[in-house]
Design a binder for this molecule. Structure first.
Ligand code: FAD
Length: 451
């Protein structure tokens, strides 16, 4: 008997349905969104490119394990309602992630090996746009246990949502007047439009999460009091809200801004004073958002100063491409030496660098070229060097700050030295959410050991 005919392999289409953008000359005029969403037809065509791998590399690459393969299959059949329902099932910040996720799934996509990976982030967004938005979650019978969460960023929100759905009473203490952490406070409107987060929040409204805004633990409320106030467990999700400095002379001068403060002030409608000739120091995504925001804020010339080369830049490729298209000058292999000026910034003294041997980060170390100093003619310097957590008022319970500046507890559970206290965050929204979910599961195990 002849062997059964092998199943024909699906034909692989290596070319993505183009993700369109507003023309650079137009978009730099304001903070309007850059990406143009797919139409329904475009989304179906892109979803039909997916070959539905037997092993879902995309799902596995996602820190929260979103079933991308599953919802893309539904979209390919035109079933947007079920696709949307599947997305929000395990993702309380799906609307936001459809716009700002660093899409680790796309990096793992099999088609990416032969051509352009499936535009999974853009498809997630289309599913929620064209699918019937799932109704808010039903209220859940309470289980009598109370959990306090410190910080209403993606990590705290993921934990609140996960525990709220299990019947826990949740109180979230947030030091600022905003929900959403750095995600909503600092990501500019041209990437994350106002109102996106509200759609996510709406779905959680029946879970009875009590948000106490403007209450900073360690300043307005004692950490130690939380257990006396009837909380059975605590999740510390305080993120990385403190800008890091740089050790060069002149950073105290008026006209030197912290990138984080500037982005938060622009986003929350507070006053920002910026000159016309701006240098941004740094090479990560925050630096990209700073140069792009400065341009939109009226700067005439914006220069990015980065001490390594394009290859070592930690910013994502998407962001670098969008930034370069907007006409920003990238000055690679250039290190700042001193901010010049008497009463305010009058220039930035720099030095050219060359790459030496790799350092402990694995990237080639920048080495100064003697005699290559020069002065950049700028009136504003923005420092986008990185952020760190502020542990002020949080007792020493074994919170670790890892190499990325992110707070961690026990790698398996997120636990700390103090029973019932968990900790977590992430260098991306989806990683922060994964940490929030890990903590929620650990808290549930701690409070209901038999479950
Ligand atoms: C400019 C910029 C752009 C970014 N772009 C992207 C992007 O495109 N995609 C992406 O995935 N990630 C991006 N990120 C990273 C992402 O925003 C963070 O990884 C994520 O927000 C971390 O979440 P978190 O919950 O751990 O902490 P955070 O978002 O930092 O939230 C912590 C919260 O805790 C509060 N808090 C701190 N201390 C206390 C206290 N003692 N008491 C009460 N409340 C407290 C803070 O006010 C804050 O609201 C960006 C970050 C920045 C700065």
């Amino acid at each position: 008997m002849s062997a059964p005919a092998a199943k024909p392999k699906p034909r692989l289409n290596p070319v993505r349905v183009k993700v369109k953008e507003v023309e650079p000359s137009q978009r730099v005029k304001g903070f309007g969104e850059v990406i143009i969403p797919y139409t329904r037809e475009e989304a179906i065509a892109e979803a039909q490119r997916c070959i539905q791998c037997g092993k879902p590399y995309c799902n596995e690459a996602c820190p929260i394990g979103q079933d991308a393969r599953g919802y893309i299959k539904l979209m390919a059949q035109g079933n947007f309602d079920e696709a949307a329902a599947r997305i929000v099932w395990d993702n309380p910040l799906a609307e936001c992630l459809g716009k700002v996720c660093y899409h680790f799934c796309e990096q793992a996509c099999t088609i990416g090996k032969k051509g352009e990976p499936i535009a999974i982030r853009q498809l997630k967004r289309a599913a929620l746009e064209f699918g019937k938005t799932p109704a808010p979650y039903d209220a859940v019978p309470k289980n009598g246990k109370n959990v306090a969460i410190i910080g209403a960023g993606p990590s705290g929100i993921m934990a609140a949502w996960s525990l709220g759905k299990m019947g826990y009473d949740i109180t979230v203490f947030e030091g600022t007047k905003n929900l959403g952490g750095l995600m909503t406070m600092s990501i500019p409107g041209y990437r994350l439009t106002k109102g996106t987060f509200q759609k996510d929040l709406e779905r959680m409204k029946n879970l009875g999460i009590d948000y106490r805004l403007g209450v900073r633990v360690g300043r307005d409320k004692n950490f130690e009091d939380l257990f006396n106030n009837g909380y059975d467990a605590v999740f510390v999700a305080i993120g990385t809200m403190e800008p890091q400095g740089i050790k060069i002379p002149g950073t105290q001068l008026p006209g030197v801004l912290s990138a984080l403060d500037m982005l938060i002030n622009i986003n929350t409608g507070q006053k920002v004073t910026m000159g016309k000739r701006v240098a941004v120091i740094g090479g990560g995504d925050v630096a990209m958002d700073s140069v792009r925001s400065a341009l939109r804020f009226g700067a005439e010339k914006v220069t990015l100063v980065y001490r390594r080369s394009r290859e070592e830049m930690p910013a994502s490729d998407d962001e670098i491409a969008e930034t370069q298209a907007e006409g920003i000058e990238f000055m690679f292999l250039t290190a700042p030496l001193e901010v010049l000026g008497k009463d305010r910034v009058a220039g930035l003294k720099c030095q050219k660098m060359q790459l030496g041997e790799p350092d402990e980060s694995g990237r080639r170390r920048p080495v100064p070229i003697p005699g290559s100093e020069f002065v950049l003619d700028v009136d504003t310097v923005i420092l986008a060097i990185g952020q760190q957590p502020s542990l002020k008022g949080i007792p020493d319970i074994g919170i670790v700050v890892n190499k990325k500046g992110v707070i961690e507890g026990d790698p398996e559970t997120g636990g700390t030295k103090q029973p019932g206290v968990y900790v977590g965050g992430g260098a991306s929204v989806v990683h922060a959410m994964a940490a929030g979910r890990k903590a929620a599961l650990s808290i549930d195990k701690f409070l209901r050991p038999a479950s």
